[in-house]
Design a protein around this ligand. Structure first.
Ligand SMILES: [Zn+2]
Length: 54
């Protein structure tokens, strides 16, 4: 799953404004440990859709 690098440069975690790390099927915020899903190559940056990583 790929996301446009230009998009990655401008998006931040909606909860903490931290940088997001692109992973296979999600974007991960290492500051608040939330995983945001990527659907159809579009990152879903909604706190309600994010999953807390244990
Ligand atoms: Zn965050």
């Amino acid at each position: 799953m790929s996301v446009d690098p230009k998009i990655l440069e401008i998006i931040v975690c909606p909860q903490c404004r931290g940088d997001l790390i692109l992973e296979t099927e999600s974007l991960f915020c290492k500051i608040c440990a939330l995983d945001y899903p990527i659907r159809n190559k579009i990152p879903v940056l909604l706190i309600d859709s994010a999953r807390k990583r244990g």
